[in-house]
Write a protein that binds this ligand. Structure first.
Ligand code: GRF
Length: 217
């Protein structure tokens, strides 16, 4: 089923008559969805020239689904069935995401590795958020691992990056933006994690604002 509404159809040709194109963002989220919320707020507030037209989760208990419902955004749950092969799951996931006809697919706390079965459906259009600097701490628990290294005296800073996802590499791909977050090992993990999350929310919104502005012009 296609989810594109007439109101949101992108204009062809007569931009002066119809206004600027509004980009369509689909967010994939597995958890709390605080980054999803930042993107929704950025779109509603006019910072990002886009609509979040769909949210897809792989977890029925993801609070991101509640955030989508509260914002009146269509949400779909695509769970893995039994011992379903990863590539088959990714085909179903891609079909769900494609039904929203996205300009951008944003992985915001999406906790599954995506195969080319998914990525090849949206070339150059998948954006990932990683709570560490480029080339550092790929995979899960990046914040906790950065903290452990700081406590061991091995680092004084970590950060956040937003990047394109061209292939199956984990937390790797052309960097769109990154920002350093200092780690104060005399503080607490909770304080450091909060600083990373604040930075994620800001950097993701800023980056999507830039992408959607340049894509609409
Ligand atoms: C974020 O730190 C994200 O970078 C990581 O998981 C966390 C998700 O947070 N991969 P939320 O669900 O957006 O609140």
């Amino acid at each position: 089923m296609a989810h594109r509404s007439a109101r949101r159809r992108r204009p062809f040709g007569h931009a002066a008559l119809t206004g600027p194109a509004v980009q369509r963002i689909v967010v994939l989220a597995s958890g709390s969805g605080s980054n999803l919320q930042a993107v929704i707020d950025g779109c509603v507030g006019g910072v990002i020239a886009a609509d979040v037209v769909g949210v897809v989760s792989n977890r029925s208990d993801a609070y991101a689904l509640t955030r989508a419902a509260d914002a009146g955004i269509a949400a779909e749950l695509v769970t893995r069935v039994g011992d379903e092969e990863r590539r088959h799951y990714d085909q179903r996931l891609a079909a769900s995401v494609a039904s929203f006809e996205p300009d951008w697919v944003v992985l915001a706390g999406w906790m599954r590795i995506l195969t080319s079965e998914f990525l090849d459906r949206f070339p150059g259009r998948v954006v990932n958020l990683h709570p560490a600097l480029p080339g550092e701490l790929p995979g899960t628990r990046a914040i906790e691992r950065a903290w452990d290294e700081a406590v061991a005296g091995e680092r004084t800073a970590s950060g956040v990056m937003v990047h394109l996802v061209p292939d199956e590499g984990v937390d790797d791909g052309p960097v769109l933006a990154s920002r350093v977050v200092p780690v104060d090992a005399s503080g607490t993990l909770e304080t450091f994690a909060a600083a990373v999350h604040d930075t994620e929310h800001q950097l993701l919104v800023e980056t999507l604002a830039g992408l959607c502005a340049s894509d609409s012009s």
